[in-house]
Design a protein around this ligand. Structure first.
Ligand code: RET
Length: 248
């Protein structure tokens, strides 16, 4: 027995030493807490608009930390009783429903701080996010039709990618942004294209599995690693630019 934590929600959940996924939920929860404290405190060193960007980065990791606590409990609770973890699909998607729009707000904030940006950019990013997550949620929570819903989710993601690579947002950035903003923008763009690609990969691994197979564990491991990259590393990149950029 590695840990024995009590929670107001359930009986004590034992984290088994061979439960790699459960341990990853626990470890990443701690990392998310540490990252949040760090980003919030570092706002003191950042200048002007970058403070807001750091606060948003800290909110993303803080919201995730809380969800990781619930997700660990659900997974490890089932694993310790039956030897098979239960995928915390609902908690996962509630987390994403809050944190992904926050990251879209980050894009908008970075652009809006330097120039006048149409609210259309903001709404298009939000609509793309909702379609992407709704498709994924329906695909993961309903039996059958997984690939149809996957296609809907991919379409939402493609819509976001179009906006930030070729749409109005990219044009605003190219024509009016300072060097610091350009750097922040292109880094965020890399996160949303390359970093985010881990999520559909996890979905595919999960969709090809039988519901109680080991693939369910792989899906959660991939999503967890993806969250480390796209929430903590994402925030760390914002932080490095925010604290280096003293001219704005
Ligand atoms: C902090 C959480 C983040 C950044 C979550 C991002 C989630 C995605 C990019 C999910 C993408 C998906 C698709 C592109 C297709 C359908 C399945 C999803 C929802 C896993």
């Amino acid at each position: 027995m590695l840990l024995n934590l009590t929670s107001p929600l359930a009986d004590a959940v034992m984290l088994k030493p061979d439960d790699a996924v459960g341990i990853s939920f626990f470890a990443i929860m701690m990392a998310m807490i540490a990252a949040s404290v760090f980003f919030f405190l570092e706002t003191q060193r950042a200048k002007g608009k970058w403070k807001t960007s750091l606060i948003v980065a800290g909110l993303v990791t803080m919201v995730a930390a809380w969800h990781y606590s619930y997700m660990r409990e659900m997974w490890a609770g089932s694993y310790s009783k039956t030897g098979v973890g239960e995928s915390p699909v609902v908690f996962r998607y509630i987390d994403w429903l809050i944190t992904v729009p926050l990251q879209m707000i980050e894009f908008y904030l970075i652009l809006a701080a330097i120039t006048k940006v149409s609210s259309g950019i903001f709404w298009r990013l939000m609509i793309g996010t909702l379609v992407m997550l709704l498709g994924g949620y329906l695909g993961e929570s309903k039996e059958g039709a997984q690939w149809g819903y996957f296609a809907i989710g991919m379409a939402g993601w493609a819509f976001i990618l179009y906006e930030i690579f070729a749409g109005e947002a990219s044009k605003v950035c190219a024509t009016s942004a300072s060097a610091g903003v350009q750097k922040a923008y292109s880094t965020l763009r890399l996160i949303v294209s390359v970093g985010w690609a881990l999520y559909p990969l996890g979905y595919v691994v999960g969709a090809m599995a039988d519901p109680v197979g080991s693939q369910e564990a792989n899906l959660n491991l991939i999503y967890n690693i993806a969250d480390v990259v796209n929430k903590i590393a994402f925030g760390a990149i914002i932080w490095s630019i925010a604290t280096a950029d003293h001219d704005e």
